[in-house]
Ligand binder design. Structure first.
Ligand SMILES: C[S@@+](CC[C@H](N)C(=O)[O-])C[C@H]1O[C@@H](n2cnc3c(N)ncnc32)[C@H](O)[C@@H]1O
Length: 401
């Protein structure tokens, strides 16, 4: 069993405090910084920190129940102790654990959970919403969403193939495997920092979940087409579109945040993607100028991210009912405004990384009700209970007049 150094517990406490109690701190960035600032930690220490940090975030509510106290800035160590005891790790004799009553906590492990929200470690409002949206079997999705995500790579077909990439990575001691049914995807067999590899620096791959890779293929852009990626962000899907188009044609990547598009530009350089133009949406004129110009429009809409809780468990605690109301409205507006960019005969894909019908099929049905010049060609819902990958939704809408 791993020997715990006090310094590790202190690092874990600090990272959790930041993630839970400081504004606008996202778990992935907090962890990245924590690992970067602690260069002396060996690979086992790093794995311990990463795993415990995400597990404690994921299971916060269950751990609070066992600890019989709410997580607060001054009692994070009680929650860490509860987590260690649950994992059957003996508490080291550190001052951080001096006031922990081990027996009391262990006795609570035998109790039945008072609610499914506690058992699956989500806020009560989220349980109510999931039940409303997904019906009586909602908890099957939540159960699946509590399983940590695998790391999936997308081979950049502008530079390599999945087969060649597998061999190149193996020379760098990185073990990956193919995923049946996902042609450019490779799954990482053991947790590794793949960003350090030469293959990554050479732009041979990007990290992109397997479900997310289906979205680009669903849009099915052809070389030479004019494509608009309406909510491009840092370009996960834009880069895939460039590869599918073999660098031919034109992609306009839009977003309201310039800093995200800056990251996209850097990634495009590394990927050798030359057909992407970025444009910040400054006002309604940006979209107006692009009306009726696109063969394909991808709307990878901002959403709750409930389909990717495996990857971002901190969203459980950051989302609010008010945010949900705001996001429904934004999605409605984005879908309506960006539909105008599609040429007659062109195709638009509306996608989210949510599994909630209110963000997905209901938005599409509402859109079709008000836009008789579009028809729904195909709809795909990827549910975490039925897939090993992220929960996603995509709808293909064709402009018919
Ligand atoms: C789901 S993320 C996009 C992820 C990205 N497509 C990818 O694959 O990496 C949604 C993006 O929509 C952007 N966004 C929010 N409101 C928007 C709007 N009104 N128009 C365009 N983009 C918007 C956000 O900044 C965010 O980057």
């Amino acid at each position: 069993m791993k020997i715990l150094h006090r310094n590790l517990i202190q690092g874990l406490e600090k990272a959790l405090k930041e993630s839970f109690f400081e504004p606008n701190k996202y778990a992935d960035k907090v962890l990245e910084r924590t690992l970067k600032h602690n260069k002396k930690w060996g690979s086992k220490d790093r794995s311990f920190i990463s795993e415990s940090f995400y597990d404690i975030i994921r299971w916060k509510r269950k751990l609070e129940f066992y600890a019989n106290k709410k997580m607060a800035p001054d009692n994070i160590n009680s929650i860490i102790a509860t987590y260690l005891l649950l994992k059957k790790i003996e508490l080291p004799l550190f001052p951080e654990f001096e006031k922990i009553y081990k027996k009391k906590i262990k006795d609570r492990f035998k109790l039945a959970f008072p609610s499914k929200a506690i058992e699956y470690s989500i806020p009560d409002w989220m349980q109510t919403l999931m039940k409303e949206e997904l019906g009586e079997n909602w908890y099957k999705e939540m159960k699946a969403l509590n399983i940590p995500a695998s790391t999936i790579l997308r081979a950049n077909t502008l530079k390599t193939t999945a087969e060649d990439l597998k061999n190149i990575l193996s020379e760098e001691q990185i073990s990956v495997d193919f995923i049946k049914g996902y042609k450019d995807a490779l799954i990482l067999e053991y947790k590794e920092n793949v960003f350090k590899t030469q293959a990554f620096k050479d732009g041979l791959f990007e990290i992109q979940d397997a479900s997310s890779q289906l979205v680009g293929q669903f849009l099915n852009p052809k070389p030479g087409m004019r494509v608009i990626d309406s909510c491009a962000g840092a370009g996960g899907k834009t880069l895939q579109l460039a590869a599918l188009m073999q660098n031919k044609g034109h992609i306009i990547a839009l977003d309201i945040h310039e800093w995200k598009l800056q990251t996209l530009k850097q990634r495009a350089r590394r990927n050798g993607a030359h057909n992407i133009q970025t444009k910040v949406i400054e006002d309604s004129k940006t979209l107006k100028r692009l009306e009726n110009t696109a063969d394909r429009v991808l709307i990878d809409a901002p959403c709750s991210g409930i389909g990717v809780l495996r990857r971002n468990p901190d969203a459980k605690w950051k989302l609010t009912p008010e945010f949900m109301e705001r996001i429904y409205k934004e999605q409605r507006e984005i879908l309506q405004n960006n539909s105008k960019l599609v040429k007659n005969g062109g195709i638009m894909v509306y996608a989210t990384c949510s599994i909630m019908p209110s963000e997905n099929t209901k938005q599409v049905l509402n859109f079709l009700e008000n836009n008789k010049n579009f028809k729904l060609e195909e709809e795909v819902s990827i549910l975490p209970s039925k897939s090993n990958f992220d929960g996603f939704y995509m709808a293909k809408l064709v402009r018919i007049s």
